[in-house]
Write a protein that binds this ligand. Structure first.
Ligand code: USQ
Length: 406
């Protein structure tokens, strides 16, 4: 297949591009390199030394003989360029990762809120609009988030996207209807993914676009089978307070002797998936496109759920790290339960990589190898969800605001 990977230079986009190229597909990365600019804005860098996208694709070609093409296009701003590219190349499938993906970054300031909404919503809408205009029958696979469901305890398993509801009619009957599971975003970033869902539902219904939306959990790990093949194919690995995600942060913190930064009581339960499974799921989704019919296909792309404090205690036991119990910079439920249905991927052959499989040690080893690249002052998460919270959570490189360390 000819596949366009929008956002193919990012944390999941790059290993996905390699995985699909390895499987024999013709891969075209479209990316505006915004993630690299954000590193510059924040004054941080990936823990792993990352080469330019051109150099990465050159190394891939030298290693495997396969070409990955790169096109510098900003989906959100360059509509005509995107449309022109799609008209010329007419890909069979499009994978859409091209969005600002960090909740803390999206909550940093009014400017960051505007940027995240403008970038994410315009990128998605420009793409859908161009596909209709060009009568492009490509299968669109979008990386969404488990966060669209929200994290309140409901006492029931979260279904894969849709909820059957009964509606009482005026003449006293009950009619059943299937609706998108009520969205309950916890950040501006998560809110943009909820807006994406509405755009997908409309374009599938109105124009018959074939769309798959993957509600992904928190990705952990860094290597995949392909990124291991050469030092210069390494994936990015974020540790800073804005882009680092919880388990990867704990592993890096353990490697550099920084107390594990648990927000609040660590009672937040979240869904997780290893990066290797993430790229496998995308391939499975590509092989199983919806047949049309106006309904967006939705998968829950996660393999296990964990409570943040359990993860901290596990990493602490494994690597001998201390745990810091911090005031939570986010507005979120201090404790929640989470049960998630994920039978669709399991039925299509996904064999989950779980936390217990020795990969945690591998990540600590990667982190130790590149520990010299870590700026410890960028470890604390200081992006606060509200002004009230901001007053309690300030930048504190020396760790003086730690409530307690165990
Ligand atoms: N947390 C800590 N300590 C830390 C960092 C995070 O206790 O040092 C806590 C947070 O307060 C939160 C939980 O860990 O309760 C998860 O935070 P996270 O930064 O790992 O994940 P999140 O902000 O939810 O976002 C990440 C990705 C996003 C993806 C999402 C999937 O950045 O792109 O959509 O995970 S999900 O969370 O399932 O919605």
């Amino acid at each position: 297949m000819k596949i366009a990977v929008l956002g193919g230079d990012g944390f999941v986009g790059w290993p996905t591009s390699l995985h699909l190229s390895d499987a024999g597909h013709e891969i075209h990365i479209l990316d505006n390199l915004s993630r690299r600019w954000i590193d510059t804005e924040l004054g941080v860098q990936s823990l792993t030394p990352m080469d330019s996208i051109q150099e990465r694709t050159r190394v891939w070609h030298a290693e495997t003989g396969r070409r990955i093409h790169f096109h510098l296009i900003d989906l959100a701003k360059d509509y005509e360029l995107l449309k022109g590219w799609l008209a010329r190349h007419r890909p069979d499938a499009i994978i859409h990762f091209a969005e600002q993906r960090a909740a803390p970054y999206s909550m940093k300031s009014d400017r960051h809120k505007n940027y995240t909404v403008n970038n994410n919503v315009n990128a998605t809408h420009n793409l859908l609009n161009a596909m209709v205009e060009l009568d492009l029958d490509a299968h669109l696979v979008h990386l969404g988030t488990m966060g669209v469901y929200g994290y309140s305890t409901v006492g029931a398993a979260i279904p894969e996207g849709y909820l059957p509801v009964g509606i009482e009619t005026m003449d006293g009957r009950t009619v059943s209807q299937e609706i998108l599971y009520p969205s309950n975003p916890g950040s501006i970033y998560h809110m943009t993914k909820c807006l994406d869902q509405q755009l997908f539902a409309f374009y599938a219904k109105n124009d018959g676009l074939r769309i798959t939306d993957l509600h992904q959990g928190i990705v952990w790990g860094t290597h995949t089978e392909q990124t291991r093949r050469h030092a210069q194919l390494v994936n990015r690995f974020d540790y800073d307070g804005d882009y680092g995600t919880v388990l990867n942060r704990f592993l890096i913190q353990a490697a550099i002797g920084y107390p594990l930064t648990v927000h609040g009581t660590g009672g937040q339960t979240r869904a997780f998936i290893h990066i290797q499974d993430s790229v496998r799921c995308i391939e499975i989704a590509l092989k199983n496109p919806p047949q049309g019919g106006g309904r967006v296909e939705i998968f829950n792309q996660m393999t296990e759920t964990h409570r943040v404090r359990d993860l901290a205690e596990m990493v602490s036991r494994m690597a001998g790290a201390q745990i810091a119990w911090l005031p939570n910079p986010r507005k979120e439920a201090p404790e929640n339960d989470l049960v998630v249905k994920n039978e669709k991927f399991l039925n299509l052959g996904l064999a989950p990589t779980t936390l217990g499989e020795g990969l945690l040690e591998e990540i600590v080893d990667v982190a130790k190898k590149f520990a010299y690249r870590v700026d410890r002052s960028r470890v604390p998460a200081v992006s606060a969800w509200t002004r009230d919270i901001a007053a309690k959570v300030e930048h504190d490189p020396e760790g003086k605001r730690l409530k307690s360390v165990s």
